[in-house]
Design a protein around this ligand. Structure first.
Ligand code: PDD
Length: 284
């Protein structure tokens, strides 16, 4: 049984309970982060902590994240659960006001903080060689996708629609332009140039995205940050997606159309290799 963290305590997972009045439960008033563990070390930890603080501040939470305390909790969970490859899920909500009310509870209401581990094979998965198939559908999420909230119902529906159509994931469209995948950032490659949507409120500012674009720079690859249409994606030489737990995942088919050769592309592959090398060096 896993040991999880809830509001200052390490508990067996079946003893970690949250109130029915919790704002996270009643209003999806919560934010989260997913940090990858590789060789028992944390990948991109500081990026996740900075984004967590930003999400909290944008939602007017009265909470200052303590990096050292968070690092200690992450490490303790890795140790107690003996995680070699996997993730640490962290969620914070606006706490338990003891009733249901649209208005925020008093500022001194303690937040709810939960962390737990999830084992997952990160390196050497079948996706690296086989790639993923995606479908496209309209992006029906709210307008602040830059905040990492737990309102994941639409991405979840989109993922199920993809699966029902024999695909693995969905790329979401706004006015015909790709925003991102259900839980990853989206990229295409054309004539050696990497194209990915520019940062705005339309997409999550991926920690992996930032690092992968830095790797592209190191490899002297050309990058264009701008929205691209789904038609442009159909004609691309290759496509891939990035996320903390997937690193870079090749996309080999979109809406039933093979992308490029229909096999994982070399640009995504080179980026993945360098990404792992750089992030393993910096892992803590
Ligand atoms: N998802 N876009 C969306 C909508 C996401 O949910 C995620 C992450 C990303 C990639 O961000 P990062 O590189 O920081 O992981 C982009 C996480 C992994 C999840 O929901 O499980």
């Amino acid at each position: 049984m896993r040991t999880v963290f809830l509001n200052g305590k390490y508990l067996p997972e079946n003893e970690a309970n949250i109130s029915i009045f919790d704002r996270g439960f009643l209003f999806a008033d919560g934010v989260y982060e997913v940090t990858t563990v590789l060789d028992g070390k944390l990948i991109g930890f500081d990026g996740h902590i900075e984004r967590l603080q930003r999400s909290l501040s944008e939602l007017k939470y009265n909470f200052k994240v303590d990096r050292e305390e968070m690092l200690a909790i992450h490490r303790e969970l890795v140790t107690r659960n003996n995680i070699d490859q996997g993730m640490i899920y962290l969620q914070m909500t606006r706490g338990n006001p003891g009733d249901r009310d649209f208005a925020f509870p008093p500022a001194d209401t303690p937040v709810t903080m939960v962390l737990f581990t999830q084992e997952k094979q990160i390196i050497g998965t079948a996706i690296e060689t086989k790639g993923l198939k995606v479908i496209s559908l309209d992006d029906l999420r709210w307008g602040r996708r830059d905040i990492k909230t737990v309102q994941l119902l639409f991405p979840s529906l989109a993922k199920m629609e993809a699966k029902a159509k024999g695909a693995d994931d969905a790329w979401m469209l706004q006015d015909g332009f790709v925003t991102e995948g259900t839980s990853n950032n989206a990229y295409i490659v054309k004539n050696g140039k990497i194209i990915t949507r520019d940062l705005s409120n339309d997409i999550l500012h991926g920690i992996t995205r930032k690092s992968v674009l830095a790797c592209a720079k190191l490899l002297q690859m050309e990058v264009e940050e701008r929205p691209f249409t789904i038609e442009e994606a159909y004609e691309a030489d290759e496509a891939f997606a990035t996320s903390a737990s997937g690193f870079t995942n090749p996309i080999v088919e979109i809406d039933g159309k093979a992308i490029g050769t229909g096999k994982p592309g070399s640009v995504g592959d080179k980026l993945r290799t360098l990404y792992i090398e750089e992030n393993m060096k910096a892992a803590i």
